[in-house]
Write a protein that binds this ligand. Sequence first.
Ligand SMILES: [Zn+2]
Ligand SMILES: [Zn+2]
Length: 328
Amino acid sequence: MESSGDLVEIRAFVAQHNPSKSRIFALVQNSEHSSGFLTLEAVATVSDPSRADELCAALNQYIYDRDEAQGFAPRLRAALDGEPESINAAMHQILDRIKRSGAVHRDHLVKTISPFGSFPLSACPPAGCAACGECADSCKDCVVCDEFDPDLECECSVYMPPRTASLIHAMAETYCDTVHDLAEAIPSGIPLKPHDDLWPIPEAAWWQSRDFYRKFARAFEDIARDIENGQEPDPHNMAEEIALHLVLDAAAGIVADEMPELELFTGGMPRSHFDFDFDLLHDVLYQDKDYEVAYLGNLSIAKPGDLEEWFEDFQTPAPRDPERGFRR
Ligand SMILES: [Zn+2]
Ligand SMILES: [Zn+2]
């Protein structure tokens, strides 16, 4: 029954592993069941767990972004390299079905399954890039990508591959909790003198009210939610810029020191040549760096109420929903 395929929409791909093999499932939704009835449908079986994860991540990227999916074709090709023809055929069948089904919104369900699957490993063009050649394996081990030569235009770089997104997300969540904990320990009235050490909050903000710290905690939360929505962090005000700065520094420290958190938060995710370029992230994620001189370099402690500028929304992007509340 060919036509019944149109009623069933693919929402996401998940991998299930057991000691002898890994299976890739499509999570499908039957549009006749408006309640959101979901079932698993087996797509393919592969022997290598990391390959199954990578295939799922690539397919999830394709579901979200379709033709916009940067570097998708070479990424899929690399993931299928050396696999039997039957898996190749199964993948192309499933791609045809994705193309036929309606657009998928990044709904909550998809986010919970694979919050980082929609971030690209590279932007390698489908036919390879003029500098790198064939862009083997999404340029994962490419030496040309590292060469700085203005005449050699490499088109492959991305700034937020899945492992980078995952690590930044994890640190944003961690700091969100830390700052909420600090806020809870502070009395609700106007403080008479600066608090004791409030690390990781910048020293300039060590004399504010509990309400201030709750709002600052939410700045970390908003950054984490951006990433869960498959988007790069998009600071809406100075508080979010400062929060993102602290998160990028924490993530960079974990990578530089090869701390156990690195494996904890990124293990099992597909590697990218462009992972962990924090300098580049500082360049692309900020409109300006005014906050840095004003509040990170300056160690004088502001008086209570003097930092409301932190929470004034920029002209763009459009403000976040004021009713979004606090996660805790
Ligand atoms: Zn490339
Ligand atoms: Zn390359």
